[in-house]
Design a protein. Structure first.
Length: 140
């Protein structure tokens, strides 16, 4: 059913308007104006989206930069702590090594003194045996 029919009766004659050039020009201008406004709106929305994305990227860059700084700082602290711990460990190991070396030198000198005493004691025993042997031969 056409919009120009009412209960089967054509009303096209009543609704038909004469061709008005100004009306069509107005429609044409309106359509061009709408397209122009739509283009401007589209470009405005694109600029707005670009601005929002650039702001978001700036925030991301700040967060990434802060994360890198914190990571670098924590790594530097960890490296410093490891170096301090290693230096402390080396210092303690040197102290233990020096103390062990000192005890070993004392032990070596003590063993040397005992060895000298044993040699001297053996020497005296040999002298005593020689003296006894020479004294017993003299008594025959």
């Amino acid at each position: 059913m056409s919009m120009y029919q009412y209960f089967g009766k054509p009303y096209a004659g009543e609704f038909k308007r004469p061709d008005n050039v100004a009306f069509y020009v107005h429609c044409k201008d309106s359509l061009e104006m709408k397209q122009l406004l739509a283009g401007e709106r589209r470009s405005f929305l694109e600029e707005q989206k670009t601005y929002q994305l650039s702001m978001h990227l700036a925030k991301v860059a700040l967060v990434v930069d802060r994360h890198h700084r914190q990571t670098a700082s924590s790594l530097k602290c960890a490296l410093d702590r490891i170096n301090r711990d290693m230096n402390e460990h080396l210092r303690r190991r040197r102290e233990l090594f020096d103390a062990r070396l000192k005890r070993l030198r004392q032990y070596i000198s003590t063993v040397g003194e005992r060895c000298d005493l044993v040699r001297h004691e053996k020497f005296l025993k040999n002298l005593t045996e020689i003296y006894k042997a020479s004294g017993s031969e003299a008594s025959y």
